[in-house]
Design a protein around this ligand. Structure first.
Ligand code: 86X
Length: 511
């Protein structure tokens, strides 16, 4: 194994001695296989792919440039879209005074153990400890109350890109459950429920697009059950993804209609167009760096990350393949020229011209990092004025003429993007089981399926499902009732209670 890069093959659990062993065995590769030990595979892939570095505080991770580029692509898309909706960016403080945090007791109560506090400056205790925001309702809404006076102040539509801290105690996982994470949180206030309802769905559609068009991850849009919704709100919508390897659903992003609950608590009132005092209707919505973890889990394989071209920091890696007597300089020059052409055409391309690594090592390295397309240039290619293209997703090799390279590469990247989505959707759909009885439900759950079941929509019944499925793998819960409802014949009964079913709902274990 050449060079220091191999150090990345260590995972948090490895001791120094064990680390050496792993290196020798696997070279650049992963020691765990996705289908054999999914948890270990995941932590290796985010570290060896250079997305994450473990940190000395549990549940906190370093997001390396390979991660941040992906985040920035999604951010650029989403930020531009919400600006079209006339939503403005702002920034509220990280710190929350205890009075403000507790202003809205009911909503905070269940979450209180997760709130992190600053209690000291230097050696002296603070007079009043200060909380770190776990979400910003209580930080922002007092100012909504101040800023909103009349109907002309509405709608008020703000968003912020920031970090939040939730001191989780259950198994931390990079991106998926971390104690600090990045997100955007949107908080909007309207004069009417109609406007609020419409925005909830507009934002949810943007979340679907982030997942499906950018991350190539299929999601289900739907409504959360009463038990699973944000307790402070009126109703919660979400996009739900599924991880076939763990058999778990995962909430991808949420868009809530808060109704007038927060308006009551924070006295967010206005004089309506008839001169009467009214309360605002509010929404809040967020997606976080969890999106990136879902993408890694869905697309990665035993060779490492597999990045969708639309979000990849690097879409094309160009690798020289020098040969003994061949003109190495001419090959290197062609590589550099190819990169210039591709970058000028708007692609994100780089050449790996390092002379202390072999081409084979470089192939493995960039496969581990998930670069969608590799171009190899050797003496034969030079002669024929062509390059050899190798796709990361299916390893298909094609010789492409240098003349007209841009068009061909664009086609291939589009095809990779589409094919990642199609493959993920086929895999996800193959996990869906329709369960009409408790027996069918329990069997499907045992097989780690995503279960679509007719449900009576009663809270007590969902609690009962949780109780009956409790175990070391975690209980099953409702994920969402899809907006896209299959036909429900009139006499259909609830899978869990036997009462008349009201709707189809997705169930499963979840993250
Ligand atoms: C729920 C609700 C909501 C704005 C969103 O989902 C979108 C963006 N917020 C967040 N939630 C909490 O309210 C919460 C509160 C405290 Cl104090 C906490 F420690 C953790 C929390 N987690 C989630």
């Amino acid at each position: 194994m050449a060079g220091g890069k191999a150090d990345n093959s260590k995972s948090k659990a490895n001791t120094k001695g064990k680390e050496k062993e792993v290196k020798k065995e696997t070279k650049l590769g992963l020691s765990a296989k996705k289908d054999d030990n999914f948890g270990e595979w995941y932590s290796e892939v985010v570290v060896n792919g250079e997305m994450i570095e473990y940190y000395d505080i549990s549940g906190c991770y370093i997001l390396r440039p390979w991660t941040m580029s992906i985040w920035e692509v999604m951010q650029a898309f989403f930020d531009a879209e919400i600006k079209k909706m006339n939503i403005k960016n702002c920034y509220f403080p990280l710190f929350v005074s205890p009075g403000v945090l507790q202003r809205e007791k009911d909503h905070i109560e269940g979450f209180a153990p997760e709130v992190a506090w600053v209690t000291k400056s230097g050696n002296s205790d603070l007079d009043v400890p200060i909380a770190i925001r776990p979400t910003s309702e209580t930080v922002m809404y007092p100012y909504y109350s101040k800023w909103i006076r009349g109907h002309r102040d509405l709608p008020l539509k703000l968003n912020q890109w920031c970090n939040v801290v939730r001191w989780e105690f259950s198994n931390p996982t990079p991106f998926i459950r971390s104690r600090e994470f990045l997100w955007q949180e949107g908080h909007t206030a309207f004069a009417s429920k109609t406007e609020a309802d419409a925005e909830v769905l507009d934002i949810l559609e943007l979340y679907r697009r982030v997942y499906e068009e950018f991350l190539a991850v299929p999601v289900i849009k739907g409504k959360k059950s009463e038990l699973e919704k944000f307790a402070g709100g009126l109703y919660t919508t979400s996009v739900e993804a599924f991880i076939p390897n763990s058999g778990r659903g995962i909430q991808g992003a949420t868009s809530h209609c808060l109704g007038q609950n927060f308006a009551k608590m924070f006295e967010i009132n206005f004089e309506d167009d008839k001169g009467e005092k009214a309360m605002v209707w509010q929404n809040s919505w967020a997606y976080s760096t969890r999106t990136i973890g879902v993408m890694v889990m869905v697309h990665g394989d035993d060779k490492g990350l597999m990045l969708p071209p639309k979000v990849a920091a690097l879409q094309i890696i160009v690798i020289p393949v020098p040969y003994k007597e061949a003109n190495t300089q001419a090959i290197l020059d062609t590589c550099a020229a190819t990169v210039s052409t591709l970058c000028a055409a708007g692609f994100r391309a780089e050449a790996d011209l390092r002379d202390n690594y072999s081409p084979g090592w470089k192939y493995s390295h960039w496969e581990m990092k998930g670069v969608p397309l590799r171009l190899e240039i050797g003496p034969k290619d030079l002669e024929k004025k062509q390059v050899r293209a190798v796709r990361r997703d299916n390893f298909a090799k094609t010789d492409i003429a240098i003349d007209g390279l841009g068009e061909k590469v664009e086609e291939m990247l589009d095809d990779i993007q589409q094919s990642l989505f199609d493959t993920a959707k086929l895999k996800r759909d193959a996990c869906v089981v329709v369960a009409k009885t408790w027996g069918e439900f329990a069997e499907a759950l045992g097989q780690k399926k995503l279960i679509l079941a007719p449900w009576c929509d009663e809270e007590e019944v969902e609690k009962d499902v949780k109780a009956r499925t409790k175990g070391d793998m975690g209980a099953a819960k409702s994920l969402c009732s899809p907006f896209d409802q299959p036909e429900l014949p009139e006499d259909t009964l609830c899978f869990a209670s036997g009462k008349p079913a009201k709707k189809w709902t997705y169930w499963g274990r979840s993250y």
